[in-house]
Design a binder for this molecule. Sequence first.
Ligand SMILES: [Zn+2]
Length: 275
Amino acid sequence: MKTILVCLAHPDDEAFGVAGMLSRYAQDGARVVLVCATRGEEGEIADPSLGTPETLAQVREDEMRCAAKTIGAQELIFLDYRDSGMAGTPPNQRADAFVNAPAGEVIPKLVGIMRRVQPQVVLTFEPFGGYGHPDHIAIHHHTVAAFHAAADADQFPDLGAAWQADRLFYTVILRSQLAQITQAMVEAGMPNDGFTAILDNLQWPEDEVHLRMDVSTTIDIKWQTLLCHRTQFGENHPFRRIPETAAKATLATEYLALVWPVPTQGTMVTGLFVE
Ligand SMILES: [Zn+2]
């Protein structure tokens, strides 16, 4: 069975970058397994009627279940750590924050999942986690380490037989992609609300993309996935204040960098799985 394992940090991380391709592959019969390190306890609450800081973990777990179902994922696994919050904020210091979880604890969890699920393809963030969120960076490091450890029979022999996935990809957000949104915001006469700061943080080189996937056939499913995350993707979200067609046009292409096997210069692949 063709299986895609997606290792990300918060409910909604799957929605922006890869929901279109995941739902497309799910429609074609692939198994999609989502790993979410935290429940996004430090996220926004777009509308106070949706929850409180105390209930947000449960609310966002429910939102994530909605998203997984909408995508057509077969399995959703929470690693049960706490959202570390943005870099430099007090939640970074909490003992249960994902950023403080020891590698020796997280990596075996992921190795066990990889050996049980046996994915051909593993997806995670690139090393800077898009815009530098500490949890994005942490899940990147742990997933890459687990990807290689899972394939090594000498490591964690009690966690099942070694499993070598065919490919490891990073999900990447390109400056040019968000620049389109910024342009749409300008055209809609909207203030830029810190969007420029996010844009300035995006560092991934535009030419280090090995899979550029048109997901226009599943863009409406992707939009529904985003709407599952009601606390994060409220009416005031920039993507919801520009014309829906402009938002969907930007979201209809998804970008991945192939990192294993190490691509040669100019490599482009046409799909997630080895043909
Ligand atoms: Zn996130």
